[in-house]
Design a protein around this ligand. Structure first.
Ligand code: ADP
Ligand code: MG
Length: 248
């Protein structure tokens, strides 16, 4: 299978705390991989390693076959190929929606203002946000802000999209609109890595599910394998706790 991203034996610690312990995962092109695991299991650190926001202690990361973890790599050029959105809405408050979306295409990818704006407005129209184009972020709902943040992340046509708990700060109604945007990107063939607590969504959208436990890939497989036939006690316990909390 054509692997877009390959993580090979990643190790990452903060001082004496080993947070990622020999993590190896392959991400096929055009697949959606959902990372699950308890709070503190290392999901965010793993995703931050993927776009080189964290320095590895050991291991290798290949993006489309080339080693992006190699010494001396151009960090900006790698990050330009990877879109990422995190839990907190990180839109720039002093820029309008269109200005937020066109910033990277213009500054990092050298698009003209007109071209970047045209693409931004097309994306906003496609995702039902046209009338917000010239608003400032604080006038948008949390769900709208997070959808704009995702649109901003894809405006540079990244090879890979990282979504780290993008709905966890939102109310249920707003969660649904963000998840439907993500599902549409999946239909477009975007390769995605998603950390989420929305297990129903994970089951529906994932091609592969990875269960992280104490910094290790404890189990991985299809949604059916992970959710319906967990093998390890740790995964059974994790799913059991979600079930009890009414989240599964
Ligand atoms: P998750 O996203 O699964 O909740 P994280 O990757 O945020 O897990 O955290 C994994 C572990 O790494 C935790 O023990 C956390 O305290 C630690 N950690 C994460 N970021 C840092 C940091 N910048 N400095 C020190 N420890 C960190
Ligand atoms: Mg996290």
């Amino acid at each position: 299978m054509n692997q877009l991203l390959e993580l090979k034996s990643l190790r990452k610690s903060f001082a004496s705390n080993l947070v990622l312990d020999d993590v190896s995962i392959n991400f096929p092109a055009q697949s959606a991989t959902v990372i699950i695991g308890a709070s503190g299991s290392g999901k965010s650190t793993l995703m931050r390693c993927m776009n080189l926001l964290e320095e590895l202690n050991d291991g290798q990361i290949l993006l489309a076959g080339s080693d992006i973890s190699a010494y001396g790599i151009d960090l900006d050029s790698v990050r330009g190929q990877i879109g990422s959105v995190f839990q907190a809405f990180n839109l720039f408050p002093h820029l309008t929606v269109v200005e937020n979306i066109t910033l990277a295409p213009r500054l990092v990818h050298g698009q003209s203002k007109n071209d970047a704006e045209k693409s931004a407005r097309e994306l906003l129209a496609r995702f039902g946000l046209s009338e917000k184009a010239d608003e400032y972020p604080n006038l948008l709902s949390g769900g709208q802000q997070q959808r704009v943040a995702i649109i901003r992340a894809i405006a540079t046509n990244p090879k890979l999209l990282l979504l780290d708990e993008v709905t966890s700060a939102l109310d249920p109604v707003l969660i649904a609109e963000v998840l439907s945007l993500i599902a549409e990107l999946k239909r477009d063939g975007m390769t995605m890595v998603i950390a989420t607590h929305e297990m129903g969504f994970a089951k529906k959208i994932a091609d592969n599910v990875v269960f992280l436990h104490q910094g290790k890939v404890h189990e991985s497989g299809t949604p059916a394998e992970i959710f319906d036939s967990p093998k390890t006690q740790e995964l059974k316990d994790f799913l059991g706790a979600l079930h009890q909390a009414g989240r599964l």
